[in-house]
Design a protein around this ligand. Structure first.
Ligand SMILES: [Cu+2]
Length: 174
């Protein structure tokens, strides 16, 4: 009885693992050798030892009848990103928004602003009320100049250009 419940829990474990993280190679599923089926049956009936049964499981994995999908895939992390200050950004009547207007980046990511406009701009972090904060503050950036800041904490960060305060952008760090 003890042996049977052990068998059941082993089989259930294998079954659960099959569903959760292993996939039985369907092409090979029909290729399960008869002796493997017999081994399982015999183990359940107490004819063979647990060691022999486990050897069979090992055989199935080693011969890729049961395929182990490790599930370990790198999670794409945005660690470096650019915000373009586009040509015409200075023009209050134009559409020259920061691109992207709301940049999303992972914690620890570094943002580089690039001035592609024909006139200087700066990047000043601001609070919700639009007041300049000391979190990130660039000097005036001439055409082609860059400014970067690394974001170490989650949050939604606002910034603007003090020369053209109608240009407000966001960096969302998560
Ligand atoms: Cu500006």
């Amino acid at each position: 009885m003890k042996r049977l419940s052990k068998t059941m829990s082993l089989l259930m474990l294998i079954f659960a693992v099959s569903i959760a993280s292993l996939s039985v190679n369907s092409a090979d599923a029909q290729a399960v050798p008869e002796w493997v089926k017999n081994t399982a049956l015999w183990y359940g009936e107490g004819i063979i030892s647990e060691g022999e049964f486990l050897n069979m499981v090992k055989f199935l994995i080693e011969n890729e009848v049961i395929v182990i999908d490790s599930g370990v895939e790198p999670i794409p992390q945005e660690v470096e990103a650019q915000i373009i200050i586009p040509n015409g950004n200075f023009d209050v009547t134009g559409a020259g928004f920061y691109s992207p207007l709301n940049l999303e980046i992972s914690v620890g990511g570094t943002v580089t602003w690039v001035n592609d406009d024909s006139v200087p701009h700066n990047i000043q972090s601001i609070d919700r009320e639009g007041k300049v904060t000391q979190l990130f503050n660039s000097p005036p950036l001439n055409t082609g100049d860059r400014f970067e800041h690394t974001f170490d904490e989650e949050g939604v960060y606002k910034y603007y250009c003090s020369f053209h305060p109608w240009r407000v952008g966001l960096v969302t760090v998560s």
